[in-house]
Write a protein of this length. Structure first.
Length: 383
């Protein structure tokens, strides 16, 4: 009730009128100290915002339309606690800006949100204790393949039948859809989630067609950041340089296909988990990644442990921050452990330690996600 009243006050103060039946202001603030060292690099100590849970504030609401139908929205902005900066410069709601309709048919929504295998309100990823947080132990860390937050999304989820639900997602342009269809980068995702009794599981297939983007070895995201891409498209020079930027070389990159499978079994005081990822790209990366992890209740808090192993082939001219020419077998593994101790219902202390090591053609990658270690101590407060 207090959150609803606060949200009403915020909206009223900004001069915005609304008639939603339920509007909530919420957020997460996480800040801590990270000690890390990459291979051949210096040991660094820095304050870091959102090491596990990204710091954010948001407004969400629903309105009952009657006859079992409702409409809702989520507006969520990320920020950096240590500097006060936007997490993604130039976006008013960088984490999520999503509107949806619920009914007997399921849930249909539109806007900016996370991929099925990432985070946010439409994600269904299971099977990894660290989820998409905790630095080098994140399922979306450097060694794996993942899809992050996307613009121009249409998302649909069926009702739940005997614990099963089907989820589909499409992005008409990951970084914009103002060009002709063949020059926009498209995402396609479909997944099945099962949750009943002690079992949680998901199987997700995702693809990015990479139309009009980059070379056979380099994504546009490797060349330009999202902010740089969007800024460049607004300049008068775009019409003359777009072909060079879009193609970034002699050939377009082939479509990327990723499969994620996860399984969890809740045994009460602890939950063992298994996760697997297969990624394939013609003339690019072809990898298998396995993860074993668990969550357990220990001394009033929660312990998470996990180990991953990846093997396969990679072909790239840039890996992490390293300008490497990679064309062959790759190997990588990492281990991690975290402990979360609640000080209250909304505040918790967090600690993490992880180590990563790569072999074959990734052995000289100078990045913590491939070769190095991290230690983290921080605090999270939710409101």
């Amino acid at each position: 009730m207090k959150k609803t009243l606060i949200a009403v006050a915020v909206m009223a103060a900004s001069g915005i009128a609304f008639a939603a039946s339920n509007v909530t202001l919420y957020g997460v603030i996480e800040e801590g100290v990270v000690l890390e060292k990459a291979k051949h690099g210096d040991t660094t100590v820095d304050l870091r915002s959102g090491f596990d849970q990204g710091s954010r504030w948001g407004i969400k609401g629903t309105e009952d339309l009657g006859n079992g139908y409702s409409v809702g929205f989520i507006l969520e902005q990320g920020f950096n606690v240590d500097s006060g900066d936007e997490a993604t410069s130039g976006k008013a709601f960088s984490r999520e800006a999503f509107m949806y309709v619920n009914g007997g048919f399921g849930k249909l929504g539109f806007g900016r949100t996370g991929a099925l295998s990432f985070a946010q309100s439409n994600a269904i990823l299971t099977g990894w204790a660290f989820g998409t947080g905790y630095g080098l132990s994140s399922w979306t860390s450097a060694i794996g393949n993942n899809f992050s937050r996307m613009d121009n999304v249409v998302s649909y989820a069926t009702p739940v039948f005997d614990g099963f639900s089907v989820h589909a997602m499409y992005s008409n342009g990951l970084t914009g859809d103002s060009e002709k269809w063949s020059d926009n980068n498209h995402y396609y995702g479909i997944g099945v989630k099962y949750q009943a009794n002690a079992i949680r599981s998901s199987l997700i297939f995702e693809a990015a067609d990479n139309k009009g983007t980059a070379t056979a070895d380099t994504l546009v995201s490797d060349v330009l950041t999202e902010n740089q891409w969007n800024a460049l498209k607004q300049t008068p020079a775009w019409s003359t340089v777009k072909d060079d930027v879009v193609k970034a070389g002699t050939a377009k990159k082939k479509a990327l296909y990723v499969i994620n499978y996860g399984f969890e079994y809740n045994l009460g005081s602890w939950t063992p988990m298994f996760a697997y990822q297969f990624a394939h790209q013609n003339q690019g990366r072809r990898t298998h990644m396995f993860g074993l992890s668990a969550k357990a209740d220990v001394a009033g808090g929660n312990v998470m442990i996990g180990a991953r192993y990846l093997f396969g082939k990679d072909k790239a001219t840039k890996v992490g921050a390293s300008e490497l020419s990679v064309d062959g077998d790759v190997r990588a593994w990492n281990i991690g452990a975290a402990y979360v101790y609640p000080l209250s219902k909304r505040t918790a202390l967090k600690a993490f330690a992880g180590y990563a090591d790569s072999g074959k053609e990734w052995k000289n990658v100078e990045a913590v996600g491939y070769n190095g270690y991290q230690v983290y101590l921080g605090m999270r407060h939710s409101f």
